[in-house]
Design a protein around this ligand. Structure first.
Ligand code: ARG
Ligand code: ZN
Length: 843
């Protein structure tokens, strides 16, 4: 059944007040509700329908009198009076057997909830839609030392606790946690002087991994006050770490629930990348308190209203806390790695989708990351001041409301006087625009002519021109910048821009900072890229020039059997020698485009990508880099050394990532000698893991893999790394066999999403390994997706995207992937989630 944006109608009733009582028991939890409804004067449809799934209805009453509603697997309907009334019900649910991890479930003996998007209906009968907002009072009863819910603590006693959330919220922000937990406490005084109690709750034994998250939380609270003027609004803010969780984390009001991988960290067990990700996710969930909770979404089509904005805000936060250019480059790598393939394949959908079968399938890179890019463009177009003013207006005008993208754009129109009708296409039109450019120079005038074109996608045949903010700088041939970064606003399919009074023909630096999420098609000469690599003042475009050269060279290697581009390697060497450049930036310069990105690039120039050839080309390139930079490596390794005690700071992480990049090249020369030394001496996970990764790639890992296992077998999060790395870093010929063997390891647990993703996410990422010619990779993944679907549809459906690029490849691989997908589709009682994903991918 497909749901459409255009069919939206308001619910027939408003909810004035919700009282819930939970009597916790693993297989027979009782949930009692008392809910005050009143007719909604703004609604025409007055059907009293409450969502409810997998509930056993024990009793129901209206105004104290027993009623007998009509119950279906999706919910119930009931005749109700034409005036305010009180609905009461008692239902039974079974958290212990809830392996979907949606609704109320158990994870290692602890109770927790995940209600977004539509999990609350698995807890009790309710209008489970984001535009129905109410205040909640919750009583939790159970023999657990810690009993938590949203809002402020109201009262508690032996075996019970009551919570009251004074802020009206939709049901998807409801949360409950109960168990034997320990807290890592903290405190924050808000800008208006209110003291807020902070806690990170974890299982006993994990309390030593909470300090970093707590600091990140305090920094986030401060940053949101300073940059967005947003103050926290409750007496308490709780974060709980949960081992079994489908996503990263959840912004439930006053009670954020986190995948333990997204909050728990220590130098011994977590990498620099883990720390940075944790800081960003804590910020993200905290920022939702305003962008998501105080102002929420009218319906799930508006998901990007809160997610795009909150991702944008968390990326601003990371840029402020760490290095802005490094963050921008990393975000673009991620966008190209995850969002572009989605937008250019069968799963393509607009930032604001117009239909869906299962909303959980739309928590995508397009909604989140492209959604954030759209806000970045809007800010670039209106300028920082107007952006700030528009946000002020947004918070003032819509606090306490469930809003739409129209509401969001309207505040910008009202503040700036701009007409954003065309800009709104970014929300409704799917696909990645392609931008080509030509240039002309005469009599001191330089003209850039851009053409934009968005290829048709399965969901939309016709595409219209987008508003493209194109940041451009011009350099003169000796490397000086003659025109500083200027924002061109392109609105037509084809448009020219002139720069006058130039002394000579300049070299353009286009799309600085990746000012719009497009594919820039430019027949730029290699010399020009080499020039920009050496001289561009825009850090992003300097990196981009190197990336363009690397991509072009790798494509030529695959397609024409060319040798690695010497000009690229020389240009790179010059940068690597420049120790005024941030080590983190130099590490990024050393990274090559992913195999999947190269496959797409080849496909676009009409070459059927061969995963083995792509892998081989990257190997050759890396071997050549190692030989070419041989004399430089000791210097880079030295600059990658940190002598101070471990800190997950941007500065130290940057050094270590340069060190890791140098080690990767060194390993190609010494067969793993330096990596083994680093592995043996490592006193933090970043160094230990980068060394292990190199030993695996060098095929010298037998001892290290065993000793790593023995050292960390009792730490789940580290063991996820152990599982993942053995598949991810494996030689392509071995990846499938390793994945298969690891599923037989006693510590493999398909019910734990982190563990399942460790193995199979890594397999899907091992490009040449997954695309093994005989189809063994496809078959193995399909086997396990079929098994997992019966337990956890959400995680299964997400992982189907490993197949989304199937049409890129040769006929044999295509038919093998198609067969795997069809085998999944043919399973009896396949979940709605997976059914929708597979059928969209098959097209
Ligand atoms: N709102 C959460 C976040 O972005 C994501 C939760 C999504 N969960 C889901 N089951 N779809 O922070
Ligand atoms: Zn979010």
């Amino acid at each position: 059944q497909t749901i459409y944006l255009r069919d939206y109608t308001p619910f027939g009733f408003v909810v004035e007040e919700v009282h819930l009582t939970f009597r916790l028991a693993p297989t027979s939890t009782r949930v009692l509700s008392r809910i005050k409804f009143a007719p909604n004067p703004e609604a025409t449809d007055k059907t009293f329908f409450l969502h409810g799934e997998d509930l056993i209805l024990k009793s129901s009453k209206i105004d104290g009198k027993k009623v007998t509603p009509t119950v279906t697997p999706e919910g119930l309907t009931c005749a109700v009076p034409d005036k305010p009334f009180v609905w009461e019900s008692e239902v039974e649910i079974s958290p212990q057997t809830n392996t979907a991890l949606e609704g109320l479930y158990m994870s290692n003996g602890m109770y927790c909830t995940q209600c977004e998007a539509e999990g609350f209906r698995k807890i009790t009968y309710y209008p489970d839609r984001p535009d129905v907002m109410s205040v909640f009072t919750v009583r939790v009863e159970g023999p657990h030392p810690v009993l938590l819910s949203n809002g402020n603590p109201k009262d508690s006693g032996d075996g019970w606790a009551e919570w009251r959330d004074p802020w009206p919220k939709p049901s998807y922000l409801f949360a409950l946690v109960a168990g034997d937990l320990v807290n890592f406490p903290g405190e924050f005084t808000t800008c208006s002087g209110k003291d807020v109690e902070l806690n990170i709750w974890a299982r006993p034994g994990d309390e030593g991994k909470c300090a970093f998250g707590m600091e990140a939380l305090k920094k986030s609270m401060k940053w949101d006050e300073e940059v967005y003027g947003r103050e926290y609004d409750l007496d308490i803010f709780n974060i709980v770490a949960v081992d079994d969780f489908n996503m990263g984390a959840m912004e439930n009001k006053g009670l954020n629930v986190f995948n333990s991988s997204a909050v728990l960290a220590s130098p011994e067990t977590s990498t620099d990348m883990n720390f940075e990700r944790i800081e960003a996710i804590i910020a993200h969930e905290y920022f939702h308190n305003w962008t998501g909770n105080r102002i929420t979404c009218r319906d799930w089509f508006q998901l990007c209203l809160k997610e795009g904005l909150t991702v944008f805000r968390d990326s601003q936060f990371t840029s402020d806390m760490r290095s802005a250019p490094v963050k921008r480059i990393s975000d673009v790598i991620d966008l190209r790695g995850r969002q572009f393939p989605e937008d250019q394949g069968p799963l393509s959908h607009p930032v604001r989708p117009e239909s869906f079968q299962e909303i959980n399938n739309f928590y995508t890179a397009t909604v989140y990351e492209k959604g954030a890019e759209v806000i970045g463009m809007l800010k670039r177009l209106v300028g920082d001041e107007d952006y700030a003013e528009a946000l002020e207006l947004y918070f003032a005008r819509h606090d306490g409301q469930a809003c739409t993208i129209e509401d969001w754009l309207k505040v910008f129109e009202d503040v700036t006087g701009r007409d954003l009708t065309q800009f709104k296409r970014w929300y409704s039109q799917s696909g990645t625009p392609r931008l080509s450019v030509s240039e002309a120079y005469a009599d001191g005038t330089y003209t850039l002519t851009f053409k934009q074109h968005t290829p048709p996608s399965p969901d939309q045949a016709e595409k219209l021109p987008q508003v493209l903010p194109i940041a451009v700088g011009l350099l003169n041939p000796n490397g000086d910048e003659v025109v500083k970064t200027t924002l061109l606003e392109m609105t037509e399919a084809e448009q020219s821009f002139e720069f006058r009074d130039l002394a000579s023909k300049p070299v353009p630096s286009l799309l600085r900072g990746f000012s719009a999420p497009v594919v820039l098609e430019r027949a730029a000469s290699r010399d020009e890229q080499v020039f920009l690599l050496a001289h561009d003042t825009d850090a992003f475009n300097r990196w981009e020039a190197g990336r363009n050269l690397a991509r072009a060279s790798l494509i030529a290697m695959v397609r024409d059997g060319a040798a690695p581009d010497q000009a690229y390697l020389d240009g790179l060497a010059a940068l690597l020698r420049d120790d005024d450049l941030d080590p983190a930036f130099r590490a990024l310069m050393l990274s090559l485009p992913s195999q999947s990105e190269l496959a797409q690039a080849l496909y676009e120039v009409g070459v059927t990508p061969d995963p083995d050839q792509i892998w081989q080309a990257k190997e050759t390139m890396a071997d050549t880099m190692a030989r070419t930079f041989r004399d430089l490596l000791p210097k880079l390794a030295f600059e990658g050394k940190v002598t101070e005690p471990y800190e997950p700071s941007a500065e130290q992480s940057g050094k270590r990532s340069l060190g890791a990049a140098a080690l990767a090249l060194q390993t190609r020369l010494d067969g793993g000698e330096a990596a083994q030394k680093q592995f043996d001496k490592a006193d933090n996970m970043t160094l230990q893991l980068s060394a292990l990764s190199q030993l695996i790639q060098a095929g010298k890992d037998a001892k290290a893999v065993q000793s790593f296992h023995d050292q960390w077998k009792d730490d789940r999060l580290v063991m996820d790394k152990w599982f993942g790395l053995q598949v991810g870093a494996a030689h392509p010929a071995q990846a499938v066999d390793r994945a298969k063997a690891l599923t037989e390891h006693p510590a493999f647990d398909m019910k734990n999403p982190n563990r399942f993703r460790a193995v199979f996410g890594a397999l899907a990422m091992n490009h040449a390994g997954f695309h093994r010619k005989d189809g063994a990779g496809y078959d193995l993944l399909a086997d396990w997706l079929i098994k997992l679907d019966a337990k956890n549809p959400q995680t299964t459906a997400r992982m189907c995207s490993a197949f989304q690029t199937w049409r890129r490849y040769d006929a044999d691989r295509q038919s093998l992937m198609k067969a795997a997908l069809e085998r999944i589709a043919a399973q009896p009682s396949l979940s709605r989630d997976t059914t929708e994903m597979v059928s969209r991918i098959l097209g």
